[in-house]
Design a protein around this ligand. Structure first.
Ligand code: ZN
Length: 370
């Protein structure tokens, strides 16, 4: 099964085995929440114990306190990456693992400020290590990837982060502008909770330098609402992300289901949608069987398929996610091929790499003649 994954949060994509190895390296003996509270009964050096913990996390994500549980559950993978070398190696290893699961190209994303909570380095050094991991995967193994720098929307604006009075948005956008090169793209994303009251339009000024530098931008928008009106993340947020931030892709975009006009706008602008139905269902926003992915495909939107947060939502790969959604959504192999092609056509890569990816996919599809 050939896939192309554009929306995968790096620290949430570490395998239990990778977390355990890092925990052993740094002699981490207690699992902690993001806020530092010890999680009883979890051995961070035992993959089975980690698996059991995340299975329990997944079951609780749709509860009323699901967002808090979700944020807490990032504490473990973040706490075991302690050095620039850890970050670089974990990016490298994850891209190789995704390729082994069928992904012809994988885009990882994450916030340098978040990693700095456990790595004693500047955000420039952290971003350079992440991008170096991507570069090594290509140079040493021929595995294609891109890194997308992100920041948390709730800490993005001045006054929102007590540790950073200026907010995270401006510095991360400046960093992306410095690091991005036309021959080695680095992307930019706004992630985090909640979408309201931190809509895309609030970040227009902060993202301007990245936009002017040609940094490819994707924005989490239209994720955190529930049908039929998607009040917590209305379709207008998606239109704003495109018009005011220059987004080329939208993370999730589920609330487009609530507006034919917004879908037409997205299609006319050639903006792509990174759908992650397993995650969306696990978070309690839209059940898999009601996810609008088939509607988007039928209307000709450029939709790709991703996992989002593999550890937390119990779906380690796009192939696994497709298997989970194919039945409920009535998707066949032709739909998977469209999703993969859409991913390749809207990946943040050079034209040369895109030609290579197209050839790779066609090669994989060629009938065996031997
Ligand atoms: Zn996401």
């Amino acid at each position: 099964m050939h896939t192309c994954e554009l929306h995968r949060h790096f620290e949430a994509g570490l395998t239990p085995e990778a977390i355990a190895r890092l925990a052993q390296r740094h002699r981490v003996t207690e699992a902690r929440t993001r806020a530092g509270t010890v999680i009883a009964g979890v051995d961070p050096q035992d993959p089975d114990s980690i698996c059991q913990y995340y299975a329990a996390v997944a079951e609780g994500l749709s509860a009323p306190d699901g967002a808090a549980r979700f944020i807490d559950s990032f504490g473990l993978p973040l706490s075991v990456m302690r050095s620039l070398d850890d970050l670089e190696s974990a990016v490298f290893d994850q891209l190789i693992a995704c390729a082994a699961d069928g992904s012809v190209h994988t885009e990882l994303r994450g916030s340098p400020y978040t990693y700095r909570e456990h790595v004693d380095a500047s955000i420039d050094e952290i971003a350079a290590a992440l991008v170096l991991g991507v570069q090594r995967a290509w140079d040493e193994r021929g595995v294609s990837g891109t890194f997308i720098l992100a920041f948390s929307r709730q800490k993005g604006l001045p006054g929102c982060d007590p540790n950073l009075p200026a907010g995270q948005a401006g510095p991360v956008a400046d960093l992306a502008a410095r690091l991005h090169r036309s021959d080695r793209p680095v992307g930019l994303d706004i992630a985090g909770f909640p979408e309201r009251p931190f809509p895309p339009g609030a970040f227009a000024d902060a993202l301007r330098p990245a936009r002017d530098a040609g940094v490819p931008i994707t924005i989490h928008a239209g994720e955190q609402g529930r049908p039929p009106v998607f009040a917590d993340a209305p379709p207008g947020f998606i239109v704003d992300a495109i018009e005011r931030l220059g987004a080329r892709r939208i993370g999730h975009g589920t609330s487009l289901a609530g507006s034919r006009d917004a879908r037409a706008f997205v299609r006319e602008r050639g903006v792509a949608v990174e759908c992650c139905p397993v995650s969306t269902a696990c978070m309690g926003f839209v059940p898999i069987a009601q996810h609008p992915l088939p509607l988007f495909l039928a209307e000709g939107l450029s939709v790709s398929l991703s996992t989002d947060d593999p550890l937390m939502v119990g779906s380690p790969s796009v192939a696994h996610s497709f298997t989970a959604i194919a039945g409920p959504l009535g998707l066949d192999d032709a739909a998977l091929l469209t999703l993969t092609r859409n991913g390749i056509e809207t990946a943040f890569v050079t034209d040369e790499r895109r030609r290579w990816l197209r050839a790779r996919l066609e090669e994989g599809l060629a009938p065996r003649t031997a």
